[in-house]
Design a binder for this molecule. Structure first.
Ligand SMILES: NC(=O)c1ccc[n+]([C@@H]2O[C@H](COP(=O)([O-])OP(=O)(O)OC[C@H]3O[C@@H](n4cnc5c(N)ncnc54)[C@H](OP(=O)(O)O)[C@@H]3O)[C@@H](O)[C@H]2O)c1
Length: 324
């Protein structure tokens, strides 16, 4: 396994982060697998040297955190655990979502209970809260760091000007700074290259992209995409037209290069993300144990500048997706 320093945190993380959205409760999303799979996946990840795990309070409404915490029992110190807050947790309780001090404090405490941990390594805001001043959120998160409940704070999909406002607020008020950005980025969605990624590089934020394989779209030929339960039932993938604006041709080029190099399409798609210097660790989603092995092997693939250019050439700008 390769490790890298996560932005300016000084923490060493595996270059593959395991995304924990794929296990929990299939009442939440039909394609989500159960507890046993979650345990097997985390165990396999540890065996492969993966030490970086990303979950959120909202994944399976807390079940993902609970299963991850159980599965890491005995391995807490060697792992780097990230979770998130923002999306509503309970119907009819508007304060179970958002980023007010009340929500951040209550939801953090519930996340730590489910994880069975006193401290989480990275606590991220899942989205921007247009109803709460960012200074209030940052102050609540800074207090959590001072209480020893959180080691670092991070941000997820938002506009670059919002991240700039947050970092400026932290610097001005002497509050914790967001140390990481978790954003939507893959060969078929590259809008983040305009401003967010160069800005993160300049500010030394650790970058951990989500959906690095376009939620599965880049892991098999276009015509076969709808062949899995996830593809059939993942609303987000259906809303985001990965196949548009050059996406279909990118899918074909991924196939071609995979055949040339004797590796899988998933490995080419992931290798492309891993070759981007502003990326620390893509957050990989796995619906089978073998997906993890493939991801780790992708670290060994060498893509030349002309391979990268060939994969990128068909891309055309697409509407921003992943945040409002
Ligand atoms: N911050 C945010 O807003 C946000 C949003 C989304 C996700 N996330 C995080 O990012 C993580 C990853 O997201 P994601 O699941 O959308 O990412 P992804 O890695 O782009 O997609 C994962 C899907 O790709 C397919 N796949 C993966 N490896 C494969 C392989 N080796 N061979 C064939 N198919 C393969 C599987 O699809 P099939 O099941 O169809 O085969 C799998 O479910 C999540 O778990 C979560 O932690 C964060």
């Amino acid at each position: 396994m390769e490790y890298t320093t996560l932005g300016a945190t000084g923490i060493e993380v595996s270059r593959i982060c395991l995304g924990c959205m794929s296990f929990g409760d299939d009442d939440w999303r039909e394609w989500v697998r159960g507890e046993e799979f979650g345990h097997e996946l985390v165990e396999r990840a540890l065996d492969l040297g993966i030490n970086f795990f990303d979950t959120a309070n909202m994944y399976s409404r807390g079940e993902s955190e609970r299963i991850l915490g159980d599965a890491l029992d005995g391995h807490r110190e060697e792992s780097v655990v990230a979770t998130k807050v923002y999306f509503p947790m309970r119907d009819g309780d508007p304060n179970s979502g958002g980023l007010s001090r009340k929500t951040v404090e209550q939801e953090l405490s519930a996340s730590l209970d489910r994880l069975g941990m006193d401290t989480v390594d990275l606590y991220q805001i899942h989205r921007w809260d247009y109803d709460t001043p960012i200074a209030q959120t940052l102050r609540a998160m800074t207090d959590a760091v001072q209480r020893g409940q959180v080691r670092h704070i991070g941000a997820s999909s938002m506009w670059t000007h919002q991240l700039a406002e947050a970092l400026h607020t932290s610097d001005r008020e002497g509050l914790e700074r967001f140390a990481t950005m978790q954003n939507h980025y893959n060969l078929a969605y590259r809008e983040e290259e305009r401003e967010m990624l160069p800005f993160c590089e300049k500010e030394r934020l650790g970058v951990m992209p989500w959906s690095p394989m376009a939620r599965g779209y880049l892991t098999r030929p276009h015509e076969e995409y709808m062949s899995t339960k996830r593809a059939e039932t993942d609303d987000y993938a259906q809303e985001h037209p990965y196949a548009d604006n050059g996406g279909r041709e990118i899918n074909e080029r991924v196939q071609e290069l995979a055949a040339d190099k004797g590796v899988s399409m998933a490995q080419i798609a992931l290798s492309w993300v891993l070759h981007k210097e502003w990326v620390d660790a893509p957050i990989v989603g796995a619906s089978k144990l073998s997906h993890l092995e493939d991801a780790v092997e992708a670290l060994e693939i060498d893509l030349s500048d002309s391979d990268l250019a060939y994969l990128e050439a068909p891309y055309e700008p697409v509407p921003v997706s992943g945040h409002d």
